[in-house]
Design a protein around this ligand. Sequence first.
Ligand code: SAH
Ligand code: AVI
Length: 337
Amino acid sequence: MQNNQQLKAKVAVRAFTACTSIKPALDIPDIVEDVRIGLLSAPRSLPPKYFYDERGSQLFEQICDTPEYYPTRTEEKLLSRHSEEIIAQVKPSEIMELGSGNAQKTRRLFDACEQIEHICTYAPLDVCETMLENVSEQLQSEYDWLDVYPLLGDYHAGLQHLPETQGTRLYVFLGGTIGNFYPEQAQDFIKEIKATMQPGDYLLLGADRVKENHLLNAAYNDEQGITAKFNLNLLHVLNRELKANFNPEHFEHRAEFNSEDNRIEMHLLCTQDHIVCLQKLDEEITFLKGDSILTEVSHKFTADGLEELLQESGLNICEHYEPDNQYFSLILASCPE
Ligand code: SAH
Ligand code: AVI
């Protein structure tokens, strides 16, 4: 009887895994400062991390299922095809994923662990706490051998305070999220990952490739308008977090590939003159018809450009996987001894 109760208590503890908050290693602006910097100077812009409240994360999951958004499908196929050899080569003690989201594709790595009977732990890091909690719970019931240690934090605040681990760590940064960094930021970030790695650790990086303009433009302008909802949801986040009164009906989604800088630029375009009040900033901002806010850049890479990015940070390229159409790259790199 007592054993039964103990077992139930154990199951209950395992069903809910609380996130560990990662202390920022760097002094980074909070949302009030970010919005002050981003909206009170020209050209107006906002950091993309604010897309990912609970609703934004759900909308991103829906984007991944649209017929136009090829990156998720393509990367998942690459992972399905190559995860077994990746796990067999790396034999990670821990998989640590940066910006883990719903970890849908990461499941292919866990499947591979099962296939070759390899056990590791999983430490997903994300800014979206609800997503982290839900995913951790789901993963622990899907993979009963997997211990999940969800980490709530901002990867722009430095990686120095990530928990330490024994054995080989496989860092995973998927989805093409590296493209949401400006080139210098991307280089600094990979260098920072390298500085956090121990010799013998690995990084698995997924990144989107340059391709025909119409394919890129379609991926960010899906017919169902889900990317538009994702973009406009940012205004709801600002209304809630900053006591602002943005009217999303006064803005439209715009996304276009800039072939000079090899990036999609996503904007919120103002469709009529109006004034927005941001109580937490103690500011009123005038928007004129035609004004826009840059909400995201999504860089597209060449195969060589990606390899250089990793090599310039001191990592060794082990494998560079790509599909026949060369839509996406998955690169396994190691930290030299
Ligand atoms: N890797 C997943 C999700 C990509 S979406 C995939 O490939 O499908 C980008 C993810 O990064 C979201 O889950 C978002 O919440 C998270 N994210 C965005 N900015 C972040 C930041 N500064 N620090 C940590 N996580 C961040
Ligand atoms: C998360 N990130 C890689 C996505 C991208 O493609 O840049 C975010 C996104 N924005 C619009 N659609 C998808």
